[in-house]
Design a protein around this ligand. Structure first.
Ligand SMILES: C[S@@+](CC[C@H](N)C(=O)[O-])C[C@H]1O[C@@H](n2cnc3c(N)ncnc32)[C@H](O)[C@@H]1O
Length: 244
């Protein structure tokens, strides 16, 4: 499953993962990232799709330090199979270590690129992604390839569910969110991590990310038959549910 990957845009940034990555996330989001991940897990496990509730195969795409995969493992049925893919080996190392320390030894962590996943067609009942859809879609020349790969590895009727930052409708809220990204997230993340580039990128891409209607069109044109979203915390983030 594992193979050497040539460098991709953004890859170097995620190679330099600080050991404090998780703590910084909690601090920057006041733990809302965990609340939103938990909602994502419920949505991924909800409903009987892909041929029944048992023995589902679910992928955590761009798993990072593995929080979504571990939560999925904790709340899914024993027969379900949980996979987690990322192109950063340091991230995957942290993820594996965390899973094992919590007693979850059967999550399959895979080093791979989202543009060329080492899975056959129709491999998964659901694919989830937490806070990485922006990385795959914002000014990323491989955007359409990433989305067609997700569609390829999903079973017919399978679901792609994402939680990602969004643009609040309300102008006051939007200004406050952009201010917070620029003057809190970027400097505090840079200071605590020692990697200013990564947190400047996070703040910049979040402030300039698509409007929900734009992302909806992108997802529909990737081949999903139904795309819905639900705003979280007044639109600071959104949960996307796409059915193939
Ligand atoms: C902002 S982190 C989010 C990590 C995790 N999902 C979470 O909830 O914290 C983005 C992750 O996406 C991974 N990533 C970005 N582009 C990728 C690609 N093309 N293929 C595989 N992983 C990728 C990075 O290595 C990083 O771990």
């Amino acid at each position: 499953m594992d193979k050497d990957l040539s460098p991709r845009p953004l890859q170097r940034m995620f190679m330099e993962v600080p050991p404090s990555y998780d703590i910084i996330n909690r601090l920057l989001t006041f733990r809302m990232d965990q609340v939103w991940r938990s909602g994502l897990v419920s949505a991924l496990l909800d409903g009987s799709y892909g041929g029944g509730k048992d023995r589902r195969r679910i992928l955590d795409l761009c798993t990072g330090t593995g929080d979504l995969a571990i939560r999925l493992r904790k709340r899914s049925n024993e027969g379900d199979a949980i996979f987690a893919l990322d192109f950063s080996r340091p991230m995957l190392e942290i993820a594996r270590g965390k899973a094992v320390s919590k007693g979850f030894t059967d999550i399959e962590f895979i080093h791979g690129d989202a543009s060329d996943m080492p899975f056959k067609e129709s491999s998964f009942d659901a694919v989830g992604i937490a806070f990485a859809l922006r990385n795959l879609t914002y000014k990323n020349p491989l955007r359409d390839l990433f989305l067609s790969e997700v569609a390829r590895v999903l079973k017919p009727g399978g679901r792609f569910i994402a939680v990602e930052t969004c643009q609040p409708d309300n102008m006051l809220m939007r200004r406050a969110f952009h201010f917070y990204m620029k003057y809190y997230t970027a400097p505090v993340g840079s200071l605590l991590s020692g990697h200013p580039g990564a947190y400047r990128y996070l703040a910049y891409s979040a402030r300039n990310y698509y409007e929900p209607w734009q992302l909806k069109e992108i997802l529909l044109s990737a081949g999903f038959s139904r795309v819905n979203y639900r705003l979280l915390f007044k639109g600071v983030a959104a949960r996307w549910e796409c059915i193939l």
